[in-house]
Design a protein around this ligand. Structure first.
Ligand SMILES: CC(C)(COP(=O)(O)OP(=O)(O)OC[C@H]1O[C@@H](n2cnc3c(N)ncnc32)[C@H](O)[C@@H]1OP(=O)(O)O)[C@@H](O)C(=O)NCCC(=O)NCCS
Length: 181
């Protein structure tokens, strides 16, 4: 497996990357066209850093960081997706470590991301909870369940905020952050 800049992918590989995004996160990108539009948008800004993991020309995963904000101190990780049959093999971790290195090299202090808990029943302990009532305790007792939150906790990220009802009542966006220095 090697990690390459997404700008080097051909049209077929970009299509595969888009299909992966739409298949994995259909709430965010319901159609292939939505996912392709997202990729084209992300690749437009040369200040975004977009990478893909490929093996024998097959795209296994892709991810990126956006142009830094807060005077260059903070950077958003967006998005991250691993092809379903290649999960659990350390590919997501390899891409996130690569992105963190790049962010560090750019002088960023904080990397963050939003991870929506938006499935019908909710996956984490923050779903369907009253997040206006004692939020610190909700965060302290956080349980990721089946949600990708478990991956970010494993990678050393901490919950640094929540956006209640971001995806409808009881469906928050969970904000994770990590110190880079
Ligand atoms: C979340 C995702 C990117 C993880 O990628 P992955 O390649 O499967 O993860 P890795 O194999 O690199 O896992 C790295 C570590 O995290 C752990 N981990 C992975 N997913 C986890 C989860 N859901 N809960 C808890 N731990 C998890 C692994 O066990 C591994 O632990 P180790 O290093 O101690 O052995 C992948 O499952 C995915 O693409 N999901 C669908 C899209 C998505 O949810 N993207 C994130 C949106 S915010």
């Amino acid at each position: 497996m090697k990690i390459v800049l997404m700008q080097t992918l051909n049209k077929k590989q970009l299509n595969a990357a888009a299909r992966m995004l739409s298949d994995s996160l259909p709430n965010g990108w319901p159609t292939l066209k939505d996912a392709l539009d997202e990729i084209n948008q992300l690749l437009k800004s040369e200040n975004n850093y977009m990478i893909a993991a490929i093996n024998k020309d097959i795209v296994l995963s892709w991810a990126g960081i956006l142009e830094p904000i807060y005077n260059g101190n903070v950077v958003e990780l967006h998005p991250l997706v691993v092809k379903s049959d290649f999960r659990g093999q350390g590919i997501g971790k390899a891409l996130v470590l690569n992105l963190e290195n790049e962010a560090r090299n750019r002088g960023c202090l904080t990397i963050y991301l939003g991870s929506d808990d938006e499935s019908a029943l909710g996956e984490t302990s923050l779903a369907n909870a009253d997040l206006y009532d004692d939020l610190p305790t909700h965060i302290k007792n956080f349980k990721p369940g089946t949600h990708p939150s478990g991956f970010y906790l494993n990678m050393g990220y901490k919950i640094i905020g929540v956006m209640p009802d971001a995806n409808g009542i009881g469906k928050p966006d969970i904000i994770f952050g990590k110190r880079l220095k």
